[in-house]
Design a protein around this ligand. Sequence first.
Ligand code: SAM
Length: 287
Amino acid sequence: MKRWIDTIKQGDCIQLMAEMPEECIDLLITDPPFAIDFKAIRHNYNRKGERVLQGYNEIEGNDYLAFTLEWLSQATRVLKDSGSMYIFSGWNHLKELLIAIDFCELTTVNHLIWKYQFGVVTRRKYVTSHYHCLFVCKEDRKRQFHPFSRFDQDAKTETGGSAHYRDKEDVWEIKREYWQGAVKTPTKLPAELIEKILDYSSEKGDVVLDPFLGSGQVAVVSKMKGRHYVGFEIVPAYYEFARDRLKSGKYLIQHAEKEAEGLALFNKEDVPSFRKSRHIVIKADLS
Ligand SMILES: C[S@@+](CC[C@H](N)C(=O)[O-])C[C@H]1O[C@@H](n2cnc3c(N)ncnc32)[C@H](O)[C@@H]1O
């Protein structure tokens, strides 16, 4: 297992996971392609096309069940009995993911909803502004969960309610990050979302896997939080981007010159609680 720890590799995650030993992963967080014919270069959300890295590897709708069964079987094999998985999904192919979860005999712990801003405006239907996140495990009795890792038992919300109860509700309202002026991949999970999952379902020193790494978010935030990471990405440009982020220790890489000042987040004193500094990415852009 040693050779996989704190590495990311370019390639097909199904083949790469097949090379890994059984039961070596504590936590898997992933956001596989959604089979929605996603085009990498889109100029929505005020994005400048030239700053979005091209090449997103999308899956055909008809192949989605076979593809999901294949990668999830490998992911189940490498997950420890005490491990947990968090899998993001759009609604279009949710049923294939649910079928694959049953097929792999995983237990569903929660069906979470991530509610984000920036839905695409519609005229003839409602605006989609959420993703599904399936929190599943192999052995429900063995998995770890740290219920007060983010809020003490007595902590209160602004309106006087229980803060830890509020934080553990199954609808998570978390903003997408807007990386103004930085190089980016077309889709990425916000750091705050990953941090929340790491807090509840892992400890320092655990090994976190993301087989569909994209921009490297899961590996970058895991590293910032003292977890070990393993990651795979099939598109060379995305892999290189994730590798550069991990190597440079910068959360954002600026467009023109990669050596431009970013915010060095990997120093101990900089490891933030995203809850305390919700707008950390925007601050980084302004620096
Ligand atoms: C929805 S994106 C992940 C975004 C990522 N969570 C982030 O925050 O940047 C899915 C990624 O999976 C990659 N991908 C698709 N098929 C793959 C495969 N078989 N092996 C590895 N990566 C793959 C795509 O190129 C894409 O970058």
